[in-house]
Design a protein around this ligand. Structure first.
Ligand code: CMX
Length: 442
């Protein structure tokens, strides 16, 4: 690639890529449009649509055994290939966003340009600051987050362009601008919520010369800790995207399909992420581990931990952080966080408990005989890492997941509008309609 080409902005590169991608979709539809994936079972309608092929999602694909690939690349691939901060080991999330949007690995200069662009867009309107400031500290941080992101719709470039009658071929341009604004403003929103709710003082300004994660860490009050900044780089990168069917990703795509702008669409994603079976599981894991520590004391023996896990199951509760609707192996996002812990905090007590639970829970879930996947997911590990660096407020954890998830949802919203994705409108049936339909077919 020539040095001139290396300076191409993300938007320019996207504009270059869109015509070929549109032709590719036409080709694929012409060749395969009438082919079937296989039967749809009534059980899938009742069973949360597990395995039902229903969505196009360009940024990532999830293999049950292998885990996530972002544009074909595994987590170890992106750790090796994406640009890093000077002196850093973890990939910069800026590069991951470039990869999700273009399918290409950006240069260091392109990533630096994105850091600067996002820092320049980071300020949030005064009325959004007021909305956050007026929230009672007892309102869950995720509800505050969703309120603030919804309110950003006030300045949506897409909503304004649509009101003026923009040609549908041009939708992707203002959706791109809104997506960039959305991602850029999340650290200020997250930082403000954190400081308000937990009395952590005034919010500093975003530094135009720092990368996204360094600014996020500073806004939260942990910017002086270089390892925490590295953790944020890893955290934002690996939580960003997990193909399209999970609740937050699918909700964002669904709401975006009504041509709701990216702020409205992503606020809907956040409301889904706030559920305990999805993103809130990272909070639930820490609540569960903390209660276990309180009940068993430090350095609990394996047998006592096992008993505690069984008591959770016998109480009709799930073991948070374990199981997955698609994955059937240990989540590579868990593996990446475990590797970070082994490198930076091998002697941390909570990490040791997380590792002990990892050793014991899968066999218990297998013995209990219900969960299809007894292995840990991403949420089983993240809280222990945050706690180590002093970010101990568990109710805040899902907000960080939300900052990251914006990357994946925004990338798809841009492509949905570039590829002319229509309004989503699947067919639903009542139980009586199904009973009637299959009455004479047995
Ligand atoms: N602990 C106890 N029981 C579990 C379990 C767990 N960790 N995981 C699954 N099961 C149970 C289910 O509740 C279900 O029970 P019922 O038949 O009584 O309803 C049964 O095993 C079969 O479930 P499954 O097909 O294996 O899992 P699903 O696809 O229905 O659900 C998930 C997936 C993630 C909701 C589930 O594994 C779970 O509740 N895990 C704990 C919560 C969690 O960690 N969520 C985070 C997921 C990652 C993320 O999105 O952030």
């Amino acid at each position: 690639m020539s040095s001139a080409a290396k300076q191409t902005s993300l938007k320019d590169r996207l504009a270059e890529l869109i015509p070929a991608a549109q032709s590719r979709v036409k080709e694929v539809r012409a060749e395969h449009g009438q082919k079937a994936f296989g039967p749809v079972l009534v059980d899938q309608l009742y069973g949360g649509m597990r395995g039902l092929p229903a969505l196009i999602w360009e940024g990532s694909v999830l293999d049950p055994e292998e885990g996530i690939r972002f544009r074909g690349k595994t987590i170890p691939d992106i750790q090796a290939e994406l640009p890093k901060a000077p002196g850093g080991d973890e990939p910069l999330p800026e590069g991951l966003f470039w990869l999700l949007v273009t399918g290409e690995i950006p240069t260091q200069d392109q990533v630096t340009a994105l850091s600067k662009d996002w820092a320049a867009r980071a300020e949030i309107p005064a009325f959004v600051e007021e909305i956050i400031d007026r929230c009672p500290p007892t309102l869950h941080p995720m509800s505050q987050f969703s309120l603030a992101v919804t309110a950003l719709n006030h300045d949506s470039a897409f909503a304004a362009a649509y009101a003026k009658g923009i040609n549908k071929k041009e939708y992707w341009g203002p959706v791109f601008e809104d997506s960039m604004d959305l991602i850029a403003k999340l650290p200020n929103i997250a930082g403000r919520i954190y400081r308000n709710v937990y009395g952590r003082g005034k919010l500093p300004a975003v530094d135009l010369n720092k990368d996204y994660s360094a600014n996020l860490a500073t806004l939260l009050g942990f910017g002086d800790n270089a390892t925490f900044v590295e953790l944020m780089r890893l955290y934002i990168t690996i939580h960003s995207d997990h193909e399209g069917g999970n609740v937050s990703a699918h909700t964002g795509k669904l709401v975006g399909s009504a041509l709701s702008d990216p702020f409205l669409a992503f606020a809907a994603s956040l409301n889904g992420l706030a559920g305990p079976l999805h993103g809130l599981a990272n909070q639930e894991v820490l609540v569960w581990l903390t209660k276990m520590q309180q009940s068993l004391g430090p350095d609990a023996e394996d047998d006592h931990v096992k008993e505690y896990v069984w008591s959770t199951l016998k109480a009709g509760q799930v073991v948070p952080g374990y199981g997955h609707a698609v994955l059937r192996k240990t989540d590579p996002r868990y593996v990446a966080q475990r590797a970070f812990a082994l490198k930076h905090l091998p002697d941390d007590k909570l990490f040791k408990l997380v590792a002990q639970v990892y050793k014991l829970v899968p066999d218990i879930l297998l013995a209990a005989g219900k969960a299809k996947n007894p292995w840990p997911n991403v949420d089983a590990h993240s809280g222990a890492l945050l706690t180590h660096y002093g970010l101990r407020e568990m109710q805040f954890y899902t907000v960080l997941f939300g900052v990251s998830r914006a990357f994946g949802v925004a990338a798809q919203l841009i492509w949905d509008r570039a590829l002319g994705a229509p309004l989503e409108r699947p067919k639903s049936y009542s139980t009586e309609a199904i009973a009637r339909m299959f009455k004479d077919r047995s």
